[in-house]
Design a binder for this molecule. Structure first.
Ligand SMILES: [Zn+2]
Length: 97
């Protein structure tokens, strides 16, 4: 491996290959996961947002997530989301996102 190259450790069995987090397939990817951020940035050239993390979800699930995010005042900007990681995780767990 060249010095400027890097590789991520594969997710453990049962974890989502996109975000390295165990979640239902119709739930959003873990938007504050470093694994998700780096993988998304490598593929798309930009950081992911909540909209990206829930793009694969059903329309009903997406609406539920948007409603919860709005009610909590959570940022869609992933850089801000990462700074707020601890608070976001606690709030999301409380709402079972
Ligand atoms: Zn995921």
């Amino acid at each position: 491996m060249k010095p400027e190259q890097w590789a991520m450790v594969p997710p453990p069995p049962g974890a989502c290959p996109e975000c390295n987090t165990e979640h239902d397939p119709d739930d959003a990817h873990n938007v504050v996961s470093m694994h998700y951020h780096l993988g998304f940035k490598g593929r798309h050239g930009r950081w992911p947002t909540w909209e990206d993390a829930m793009a694969h979800c059903s329309p009903e699930r997406q609406n539920a997530i948007r409603t919860a995010l709005k009610a909590l005042g959570l940022p869609n900007d992933p850089r801000e989301a990462r700074r707020e990681r601890c608070k976001l995780t606690a709030r999301a767990k409380a709402l079972r996102l």
